[in-house]
Design a protein around this ligand. Structure first.
Ligand code: G3H
Ligand code: 13P
Ligand code: ZN
Ligand code: NA
Length: 283
């Protein structure tokens, strides 16, 4: 069933587990995520980046995600990942998204507050939940590039002020994760996470979660992370399965035969994540 992001994440916040937010770019990915959620009885968030919407078309992504959500027995939210453009955000809301992220993290603090506040006002009027970002997450995403070394972690004082002034429903924080694969092992600032959770007492979001060791993810969940963004690990599963299949079956040219095993491989990776996040049997 289609629900808001807030509905899913308030329950996760109250009960102390996390829900996977998985990036979708085509039909096979949508199906892999929904099948994983149904098989594990997990609530789930389907999210599309601006790049994903550009690739597939917002109407196509919205239509596929809506069909998936409405057919599913588990709660499903449809979310815009890293929205930076007001018009694009409104377009997503008009197309039935139940959650949007306004990523004003590239702006100075006061300006981030201002752009976020504007989105909260229109999204809440439409019954849509809002995620914002404070601090800078490492790596590259769409049009935001932050050198990993320059990534600045979320300040707890600023976070408190930011939430009070903007009224966001959940907050993405920077505690040492980065988008894309990691070169070494990421070191997360758990003390900072603990402090922010105590001060804010609201759902918190971890970006760049692909490649983070299982134990670190579990610890982050125990300290208050409730939404965990995964894209890269899905891409790697897709890529590995397609390459394997094509290599072992050079004469097969039916897209269904090539993409079918990839869909299965993505589903298995996603089920594994849901188990680690603690969302299994929370639907
Ligand atoms: O946060 C970044 C996500 O992995 C989306 O990546 O902008 O290449 O679709 P993308
Ligand atoms: P990964 O690249 O680590 O999968 O992060 C995805 C993400 O944060 C999407 O917003
Ligand atoms: Zn992200
Ligand atoms: Na990552």
């Amino acid at each position: 069933m289609l629900v808001t992001g807030k509905e899913i994440l308030q329950d996760a916040h109250k009960k102390g587990y996390a829900v996977g937010a998985f990036n979708v770019n085509n039909m096979e990915i949508v199906q892999a995520i929904i099948q994983a959620a149904e098989e594990t009885n997990s609530p789930v968030i389907l999210q599309a980046s601006q790049g994903g919407l550009k690739y597939a078309g917002v109407e196509y992504i919205a239509a596929m995600a809506k069909v998936a959500a409405e057919k599913a027995k588990v709660p499903v939210a449809i979310h815009l990942d890293h929205g930076t453009d007001f018009t694009q955000i409104v377009k997503c809301i008009r197309n039935g998204f139940t959650s949007v992220m306004i990523d004003g993290s590239k702006h100075p603090f006061e300006e981030n507050i201002a752009v976020t506040k504007k989105v909260v006002e229109i999204a809440h009027a439409a019954g849509v939940s809002v995620e914002a970002e404070l601090g800078k997450i490492g790596g590259t995403e769409d049009d935001i590039t932050v050198d990993e070394k320059d990534a600045t972690f979320t300040d707890p004082d600023e976070a408190e002020k930011f939430v009070k002034e903007t009224g966001v429903d959940y907050l993405a924080i920077a505690i040492g994760t980065a988008h894309g694969p990691y070169k070494g092992e990421p070191k997360l600032d758990f003390d900072r996470l603990k402090t922010i959770k105590e001060r804010l007492n609201m759902p918190l979001v971890l970006h760049g979660s692909s490649g983070v060791p299982e134990e670190s993810i579990k610890k982050a969940v125990s300290l208050g992370i409730n939404k965990i963004n995964i894209d890269t690990d899905i891409r790697l599963a897709f890529n590995g399965a397609v390459r394997d299949f094509v290599k072992n079956n050079p004469d097969v040219y039916d897209p269904r035969k090539i993409l079918g095993p990839a869909r299965e491989a993505m589903k298995e990776v996603i089920k594994g994540k849901m188990t680690i996040f603690g969302s299994v049997d929370r639907a």
